[in-house]
Design a protein. Structure first.
Length: 249
């Protein structure tokens, strides 16, 4: 078993010149890659990648909280999710870092709740963005009956991560673990069972363009932090990811 990347954006234009090679490197190093959708257009691209790299790239369909101009796509995206039956709904959530206006934040919460309702109804896992709104996101999700929750790129307080873990949710640990003391501290405090590996490519690689294959560096780092063999780190996180996204067997 190889490691996996549970959250990336290979459909973004940063890969327009060499996407094929990036996927090839990912294939050499990883078991599978999950590509999150951000709006109607990007969901379509995520589905194209899923079809092109069948059994290696899987699409999540969502409506990203910073794509505020696209919030009126909500109903259309919900319909698309019903039609396409993706393995998970994402990327969805709250972002108080980029969105400061109260009225837009309110609309953002409505969109998020719309997606949570759908996830509850369809019994789908969710992949949630929580930037600078970690506590609020957790409180809102707790109102719904959703079993599989991944707090992607989690940068909140360790206590909140523990509360999420206690709910049975997963904390997405990105390649930030290579350089961020905050993320390293969260990894130290959580059990490996609560962690899913991700890159959030093309972001979060010391300012350079990230790519899924870099997950193997996170595995190295986490094995140091937790004093475990690298194989144990990726085998346990990969089997959690398979279970989370319903990709077993
Ligand atoms: Zn993302």
């Amino acid at each position: 078993m190889k490691p996996v990347d549970c959250h990336c954006h290979l459909d973004f234009e940063q890969y327009k010149d060499d996407r094929e090679k990036v996927v090839e490197r990912a294939r050499d190093n990883l078991e599978f890659v999950i590509n999150a959708g951000s709006n109607l257009k990007h969901n379509g691209k995520a589905l194209e990648l899923q079809a092109k790299y069948e059994g290696f790239v899987y699409a999540n369909l969502g409506l990203h909280p910073t794509y505020t101009e696209d919030f009126d796509q909500l109903e259309e995206i919900k319909k698309k999710i019903r039609d396409e039956d993706p393995i998970a709904i994402g990327e969805i959530g709250l972002d108080h870092h980029h969105v400061e206006d109260d009225a837009i934040r309110e609309r953002q919460e409505e969109v998020f709740r719309g997606m949570l309702q759908l996830a509850e109804e369809l019994e789908k896992p969710i992949v949630v963005h929580t930037r600078d709104a970690e506590k609020k996101s957790v409180e809102i999700i707790e109102e719904y009956d959703i079993e599989n929750v991944m707090l992607h790129c989690f940068n909140g307080k360790p206590d909140l991560a523990k509360r999420a873990a206690k709910n049975g949710w997963k904390i997405g640990v990105t390649t930030q673990v290579l350089y961020s003391a905050r993320v390293q501290n969260i990894v130290e405090k959580l059990s490996l069972e609560s962690i899913l590996l991700e890159t959030d490519s093309p972001f979060l690689y010391r300012g350079e363009r990230n790519e899924p294959a870099n997950v193997k560096e996170s595995v190295e780092k986490i094995s140091e932090i937790k004093d475990l063999e690298e194989t144990e780190v990726h085998e346990r996180t990969t089997s959690s990811a398979k279970k989370f996204f319903g990709l077993e067997g």
